[in-house]
Design a protein around this ligand. Structure first.
Ligand code: SAH
Length: 247
């Protein structure tokens, strides 16, 4: 990091210390916060010159980390002083600094994430992440351990988002169920819980949230998950490979 030591400096350069490899290949479908889809797995790869196990010495004693990252996929769109949180149905505007909006003056994101294995493969160093809300390719600028005694504030007020949003149950069509089973046979991986947890969050933009029967698609690894909202539930329509390989 290049830092102008002058106290009047108002500009800093951060360097990317790592990159996230995640199941979320597009912004659409990513949960609004970490921990909501706890079956989502990702891994954070440290980049040179930080790809050294000694930078992580002691971290395995912690269960969670704070990840400071760059909202790299929306930098070009800039920011606005007032934004419409999806939580408020897109009807009410709040100050950008009163929200967790992605379009900010400095495109910095902050997520608390459960960690798994910390390991080295050849010259690469990885931390497994559980329940991250991060797009594949997200640049990471810092990692810090989550300190329960200081970071867990039990009497904190939640402003316009005091609780997780209410949701509808998720059902799989016969076709989708068959495709999940075929995927499991081929890859030895059950993706039904992950898909259910993602769709339960209702990823639709607020202006579409009252519509039913409209088809949506979500890119998960190399799969395209097609689904739609019915009146009282979400339906998973199909699970197709993006590149035409057979699921
Ligand atoms: N927990 C973070 C992120 C909240 S916003 C924070 O509070 O700062 C969550 C949204 O960020 C997700 O729905 C996803 O669409 C978006 N997102 C995740 N990674 C991103 C990236 N690298 N670039 C742009 N948007 C991203």
């Amino acid at each position: 990091m290049k830092i102008d030591p002058s106290p009047t400096s108002n500009s800093f350069t951060l360097s990317t210390i790592g990159v996230v490899h995640s199941c979320y290949k597009e912004k659409f479908g990513i949960p609004k916060q970490p921990g909501l889809v706890d079956s989502a797995t990702a891994r954070l790869e440290l980049l040179p010159p930080y790809n050294r196990m000694d930078t992580l010495d002691g971290l395995s004693e912690f269960s969670h980390i704070w990840i400071h990252f760059i909202f790299h996929a929306c930098i070009k769109e800039g920011w606005k002083a007032k934004v419409r949180p999806p939580r408020l149905g897109g009807n009410k505007k709040l100050g950008v600094f009163a929200t967790r909006a992605t379009h900010r003056p400095n495109p910095l994101g902050l997520s608390v994430v459960r960690i798994g294995r910390i390991y080295q493969e050849d010259k690469s160093v990885f931390i497994d992440l559980h329940g991250a809300d991060l797009l594949d390719g997200t640049p990471v600028v810092d990692i810090k351990p989550y300190l329960p005694y200081a970071d867990n504030i039990t009497d904190a007020k939640g402003g316009f988002a005091p609780e997780p949003t209410q949701t509808k149950p998720v059902r799989f069509s016969e076709l989708a169920e068959r495709q999940c089973k075929a995927h499991q046979n081929l890859h030895n991986k059950d993706i039904t819980i992950l898909i259910k947890q993602i769709i339960e969050q209702d990823p639709r933009p607020s202006y579409l949230s009252r519509q039913t029967d409209r088809e949506h698609g979500i890119a998960l690894w190399d799969l395209n998950i097609k689904w739609c909202a019915r009146i009282d539930h979400f339906e998973i329509l199909s699970i197709e490979p993006v590149h035409g390989s057979r699921t």
